[in-house]
Design a protein around this ligand. Structure first.
Ligand code: HEM
Length: 274
């Protein structure tokens, strides 16, 4: 069983989620900027995300080179003349730009722009890029999904890590984050439904369930619903002026990491009927 490719995609998803989460938090939830410096745990996570965003595209290129048994001299041709290569170039550029901006303290609006570019570029390598019938809709669903996941889950991870230091986020800061998450969770759900339609909409239910893709998608959606339910309970606490339970937020983040793992596996399998 090939574990390298799913692990590399997981690295890419994690790095992208933190870059988008950081960009949206500091631009749309401005109260988060009130802390004079980032807590150590946040700074370490930003550096790790930056590293992931440099390593993941290079590793994807290496895997593709090995899979196609290409020599180094043939790599420029792969990047120039194939759909995969033309998807990889903008992905690698937006990954590196986000990685450079991530640890910098005063470039947050630029980071948001770079991370949004990354969200758009991510659809260029996956199944969305292979949709010949509705290419634009597929790419839009994919980009919205990645932006929603990053702003919601990436932002939540950063809020949790900020709470590990001395300056625990206040109820006001949590309320600012909650406003973003309340918009982004439905964006994730609706764009996920849109992508589901594009990937499996033309297949019979039994064919979907018989495929690895369908099984992983079902598992993923069930787990994603549990993450949303947990978020909803904490949203009510925050709306009542309290901070959320750290235990529930930790469980929510861990479950979301499992969802990302299932997605990394799923995107390496073929949707039914393809
Ligand atoms: C916690 C919630 C969720 C997380 C963290 C998450 C994460 C992701 C990520 C990272 C991708 C990969 C995007 C890319 O490679 O460009 C993805 C794709 C996808 N997601 Fe989600 N997702 C969540 C919820 C959902 C829900 C609720 C649905 C369905 C209703 C869904 C359906 C899909 C589909 C169909 C794809 C496309 C996969 C492909 O191209 O083969 N997701 N998701």
């Amino acid at each position: 069983m090939d574990v390298a490719a799913p692990l590399i995609r997981l690295l890419l998803y994690g790095g992208a989620a933190l870059a988008i989460g950081r960009g949206t938090l500091t631009v749309f939830a401005r109260e988060v900027n009130d802390a004079p410096t980032d807590p150590r745990a946040v700074r370490v996570s930003l550096w790790l995300a930056a590293l992931a965003l440099v390593v993941a595209p290079l590793a994807l290129l290496l895997l593709q080179q090995q899979a196609l048994e290409l020599t180094m001299a043939e790599l420029p041709g792969l990047l120039r003349d194939t759909t995969w290569g033309r998807g990889w170039v903008p992905l690698a550029m937006s990954c590196v730009l986000s990685a450079i901006l991530l640890p910098m303290p005063r470039t947050r609006s630029w980071l948001l722009l770079a991370a949004l570019g990354l969200a758009v570029a991510m659809g260029g390598l996956g199944h969305a890029a292979a949709d010949d019938q509705w290419p634009f809709a597929s790419r839009v669903f994919d980009a919205l999904h990645v932006v929603g996941v990053g702003a919601w889950i990436g932002g939540l991870v950063l809020m949790l890590l900020a709470g590990a230091g001395d300056a625990v986020p206040s109820a006001t800061v949590w309320r600012a984050f909650s406003r973003t998450a309340t918009v982004m969770a439905p964006v994730v759900l609706l764009s996920g439904v849109g992508s589901t339609w594009r990937r499996v909409g033309g297949s019979a239910p039994m064919a979907i369930l018989a495929s690895d893709y369908g099984k992983l998608l079902l598992l993923k959606v069930a787990l994603a619903m549990a993450v949303m339910a947990m978020g909803f309970t904490q949203r009510r606490r925050i709306a009542a002026g309290q901070t959320p339970s750290r235990t529930v937020v930790l469980r929510e983040v861990l479950l979301a990491a499992v969802v990302l793992g299932a997605t990394a596996w799923m995107t390496g399998t073929e949707p039914p009927g393809e």
